[in-house]
Design a protein around this ligand. Structure first.
Ligand SMILES: [Zn+2]
Length: 226
């Protein structure tokens, strides 16, 4: 209706073809290995950033702003906030607590398995200890599943305890050793294999041998008499 106001076209046909816009372009800042929350294992990652570019004819020409960053797991392709990398360097109190619970639980299970016999009293003792230190009530069925896992993993106690040793003070380490002694004793006698394993636990937590002997003195003397 206003076309009569425009005596000539504003743009030539070629000018009208200029197409510009913006587009997010992904690039990799860094690569490495991280503990993927989704795979629950150590996997390779790419730390990616997305930059908004001014585009001309769909070609990114001028970077405008960084719009986002994420960490992508090469295995499951899951994407996570970059904090996932630093969180692992500075574990939160909750993560430390979880690591501690797993380490103690698995070591106690190994003590129970050391003499080759699984006794109901030992299971009850482990559950009592775990429910004393843990955040959640552990059930007998859960314990059975953990026992199975420890048997399958077939690791040494130092695999479980060497990480938590530096987080514990001497008193904390004593609690772990006393707990292990109480599990070992709950089937009526402390076996040599159990004692050796408990000693190994202390060494894994970097306790001095003198300190360890002091805590274990009574059962040690008993073992030497046998
Ligand atoms: Zn993954």
């Amino acid at each position: 209706m206003f076309s009569h106001l425009w005596p000539w076209p504003l743009f030539s046909t070629t000018d009208a073809m200029i197409i510009f816009g913006t587009r997010g372009v992904k690039s990799t800042i860094n690569t490495g290995e991280f503990n993927c929350p989704q795979c629950a294992e150590q996997k390779a990652y790419r730390h990616r950033k997305v930059t908004q570019f001014f585009t001309l004819y769909f070609i990114p020409l001028i970077p405008l702003s960084r719009v986002g960053e994420y960490v992508e797991c090469n295995q499951c392709k899951g994407t996570f906030v970059p904090r996932v990398l630093t969180a692992q360097l500075n574990p939160s109190e909750e993560q430390v607590q979880a690591q501690y619970e797993i380490a103690v639980r698995n070591s106690l299970i190994m003590i129970m398995l050391a003499d080759g016999v699984i006794n109901d009293n030992e299971k009850t003792q482990i559950l009592t200890i775990l429910n004393g230190i843990g955040k959640y009530e552990a059930t007998p069925a859960q314990l059975e599943a953990h026992i199975k896992k420890v048997q399958e993993e077939n690791l040494s106690v130092s695999n479980y305890l060497s990480k938590i040793g530096p987080m514990l003070n001497e008193h904390g380490k004593e609690i772990v050793i006393s707990s292990a002694l109480s599990v070992a004793a709950s089937d009526g006698e402390i076996d040599d294999s159990e004692l050796r394993l408990i000693f190994e636990m202390g060494v894994a937590m970097q306790m001095s041998k003198t300190h360890l002997r002091a805590i274990m003195e009574a059962p040690f003397k008993k073992a030497q008499q046998n």
